[in-house]
Design a protein around this ligand. Structure first.
Ligand code: TTP
Length: 403
């Protein structure tokens, strides 16, 4: 089935990591998030991919080209990010007169659930949660008493209801009937966006829509969800050493060392860890899972990295600790830079996202650094701190607030 992948958003909640990268292009275990989405879609039954692009559009086109994993690829440009229905409307000219699937290019799905979505069309992917009030919640009606989803129908979707009609939320995966091409001209919502949920509402009123449980789903909107995306995909990696691994290095568990990566003597790696081509580790470094180190990054002597993402050309050269953190491209940590990733009161770590303090839901979370950050020697960074692109710290500084 033809499949639209939405990848035009600005990813403002993910800043500074999306300052010059489209969110769907953030790497997860060596491939962009959207490549994982596309691969799952292809495995589940996508016959053709149509990417809706806008923000940092060229990078998406460059990566996917005209075909991806033998599946034809087309593009539609959304010039202004005016909502998800507007994004699909931008792709209308590319859609043939057939049913179509819509997926978010920044969401990860398990393949077998997506397969059920494709075969049950018209259908919508749902996830069961304990507190649905913060989401779009599905209204479900039963055709009969059977427990099976095939006997259930989605009669509507309510955004952030105080009294949720079910515990099943909209997982941003839709298999629309062909007629839905005509239901994309929706009115603007309260937040002045053209929302695909309004197209869904019209679909539910016109045809029978089956709810399909998505067993594993991740909406990658904020930095800690990006860390979680890497944790998920790293947990699926099988060990593979193609690079130059010193016989005096100790690699345990699921470790991937791509070709042209170098692991020097005295390095200990406890998987799951992914080291991309061109990265150099050691001598005498300790890397713990779940960690992804991108191409051209360097981790040097007496450095410990745990559960983190180091993007390309980033260097943590000596005597540093980085835990539960995301370092963007071209970051340089001065010797002795230490990240704190745990509060003494054991409370969940908070981060500021678009001016609002939000719990990450994690007891352990370190820092997020935008591209080109440089820390002076012996910098201490407090849990949850965000450093914007090109930020600097003084030698010996203790950073407790975003900058
Ligand atoms: P969101 O995550 O709601 O938007 P975003 O990606 O721009 O991020 P943020 O809210 O942090 O600024 O979007 C859901 C999906 O829809 C995502 O894959 C991006 C895509 N999208 C578009 O393609 N066009 C749009 O106009 C909007 C709003 C989203």
């Amino acid at each position: 089935m033809q499949t639209v992948i939405l990848a035009a958003g600005k990813g403002t909640r993910m800043r500074p990591l999306t300052e010059s990268t489209a969110k769907p292009m953030l790497p997860v275990v060596g491939e962009p998030i959207a490549a994982h989405t596309a691969q799952a879609a292809i495995n589940a039954g996508a016959s053709r991919l149509i990417f809706v692009i806008g923000y940092e559009a060229e990078s998406v086109k460059e990566y996917f080209g005209e075909s991806y994993q033998d599946t034809p690829v087309a593009y539609a440009t959304q010039t202004e990010q005016r909502g998800t229905a507007d994004a699909v409307r931008a792709a209308k000219a590319e859609l043939t007169e057939d049913p179509f699937v819509v997926l978010n290019g920044d969401n990860l799905y398990d393949v077998s659930s997506l397969e059920s979505l494709y075969v049950s069309a018209p259908s919508i992917g749902t996830v069961r949660v304990e507190n649905p009030s913060a989401y779009g919640v599905l209204e479900i009606t039963e055709d009969n008493e059977s427990e099976s989803d095939m006997s259930k129908r989605v009669s509507g979707v309510v955004e952030k209801p105080a009294n949720p009609p079910s515990n099943r939320i909209n997982a941003g995966a839709y298999a629309f009937p062909e007629a839905a091409r005509g239901w994309l001209d929706v009115d603007p919502s309260e937040r002045d966006e053209y929302e695909l949920t309004d197209t869904l509402q019209q679909t539910c009123e016109s045809v029978s829509v089956t709810p399909v449980d998505i067993d594993r789903w991740l909406d990658v909107g904020r930095p800690w969800e990006y860390l979680e995306a890497n944790e998920w995909k790293l947990s699926e990696c099988r060990p593979r050493f193609e690079g130059d691994v010193s016989p005096d290095a100790d690699l345990r568990g699921s470790v991937v060392v791509e070709s042209d990566a170098t692991i020097e003597p005295g390095v200990v790696i406890d998987g799951p860890v992914y080291i991309a081509s061109g990265a150099t580790i050691g001598p005498n470094a300790y890397i713990r899972g779940a960690t992804m180190i991108e191409s051209g990054a360097h981790v040097g002597h007496a450095v410990e990295i745990k559960n983190s993402v180091l993007r390309s050309e980033t260097s943590v050269g000596h005597l540093s600790y980085v835990g539960d953190s995301i370092l963007g491209c071209n970051v340089n940590f001065g010797a002795g830079t230490t990240v704190a990733n745990l509060r003494h009161d054991d409370a969940d770590i908070k981060q500021t996202v678009k001016g609002e303090r939000i719990s990450t839901g994690r007891r352990k979370f370190g820092v997020v650094c935008g591209e080109g950050v440089k820390t002076g020697i012996n910098t201490s960074l407090s849990p949850g701190v965000k450093l914007s692109c090109e930020a600097r710290t003084e030698p010996g500084e203790t950073v407790t607030r975003d900058r």
